[in-house]
Design a protein around this ligand. Structure first.
Ligand SMILES: [Ca+2]
Ligand SMILES: [Ca+2]
Ligand SMILES: [Ca+2]
Ligand SMILES: [Ca+2]
Length: 347
């Protein structure tokens, strides 16, 4: 969680903003928000002020404020050694969110409870709880993907495996929109792209294969055509191509469309570089000494925007590094053992 200004005592607290009400002094809320950016809890003084405001509103409006969440789900969901956390973003993008809580005693006329403990936990749009990071590993030699579930303390289970042909690249995203993370792998052999739907408990369904170029090295997911469903992009340094597979939204994908890239592409990533809502594609080409930017578009055809000169480009990622609202690009320069930054100019 991040620091935030104290709420003003006069801040109105409507019932719509009161998400917890119960007869216990400890309440918990599950937040299913994508990339929760921040959450602010009030201190006891502020809580008193908010609660008073809320109780007044209740008395003068209607009954039923306490029935919002009369059932309280108990944890424990806290992380060992991390009961108080100040930043739960874990590097994910999202919207800034501020919560104001009023904890009231349902059995006592919804009287506000001071010094209440409110425990928060949350997950992202994929259903992944912060702090409980799982791992998916592509095991090329054995032809497996392995799912290692996090224990929340930095350790992981041994995990389960599923068969896929010579995986080199792997990406995790919810391809069928059921809230459970799915997995896609890129084959460094001739196995193309494999998609394995997740069951939400760490299990993966049998892989479904899609033909692609040989020697696929890296794979990324993004909604390149902006239709609300995730698509896949993979790069082949066997044929120097970018394969794009448009998603159908149910976990299946259309046939790959190949686009030429500079020599020896080794990494691909996705980000909406121009902010038009369509994910765009960054291809790092080792022998091309460049990062090529492909622009996603509604029709599903991606087009090359520009090619950045980037010596020894081995990977590239886009995010707003200087906080000006435009995405910048960081490139792993394997020739000079450094990270090169390309700062985007606004407008
Ligand atoms: Ca899914
Ligand atoms: Ca799409
Ligand atoms: Ca875009
Ligand atoms: Ca920027």
């Amino acid at each position: 969680m991040t620091d935030s200004p104290k709420h003003k005592a006069s801040s109105p607290v409507s019932r719509r903003r009161v998400v917890i009400g119960g007869s216990t002094t400890a309440a918990a809320a599950g937040l299913g928000l994508a990339g929760l950016a921040s959450a602010a809890t009030t201190d006891s003084t502020t809580a008193d002020a908010s609660a008073t405001t809320s109780a007044t509103a209740t008395a003068t409006s209607s009954t039923g404020v306490c029935s919002l969440t009369s059932e309280v789900t108990e944890g424990p969901y806290s992380l060992a050694g991390a009961l108080v956390r100040r930043d739960i973003r874990e590097g994910k993008e999202g919207v800034e969110v501020k919560y104001t809580f009023c904890v009231v005693d349902e059995a006592n006329g919804c009287a506000p409870l001071a010094d209440a403990l409110v425990e928060l936990w949350h997950c992202d749009a994929l259903g992944e709880y912060s702090g409980f990071v799982d791992l998916v590993v592509a095991e090329q030699e054995t032809g497996l993907v392995r799912v290692l579930l996090g224990n929340g303390d930095g350790t992981f289970t041994t995990g389960t495996t599923a068969a896929v042909p010579t995986p080199h690249g792997v990406v995790v995203a919810d391809f069928n929109g059921d809230g459970s993370p799915d997995v896609a792998t890129a084959s460094v052999g001739s196995g193309g792209v494999s998609v394995l739907l997740g069951d939400g408990t760490g299990g993966l369904a049998t892989a479904v294969g899609y033909a692609g170029a040989g020697r696929l090295y890296s794979i990324a997911a993004g909604d390149f055509n902006g239709d609300g469903t995730l698509d896949l992009a993979a790069v082949s340094n066997g044929s120097d191509t970018l394969d794009v597979l448009l998603g159908n939204g149910d976990g299946t994908f259309g046939a790959a469309t190949a686009y030429p890239t500079p020599a020896l592409p080794v990494a691909v990533s996705a980000a909406d570089l121009d902010g038009d809502g369509n994910a765009d594609i960054l291809v790092s080409s080792l022998n091309g000494n460049s990062v090529t930017l492909f622009q996603g578009a509604a029709g599903g055809t991606v087009s090359q925007l520009t090619e950045l000169t980037a010596t020894g480009a081995y990977d590239a990622a886009a995010t707003d590094l200087n906080g000006d609202g435009t995405k910048d690009i960081a490139v792993a320069n394997s020739s000079a053992n450094r990270v090169d930054i390309f700062t985007a100019s606004a407008g």
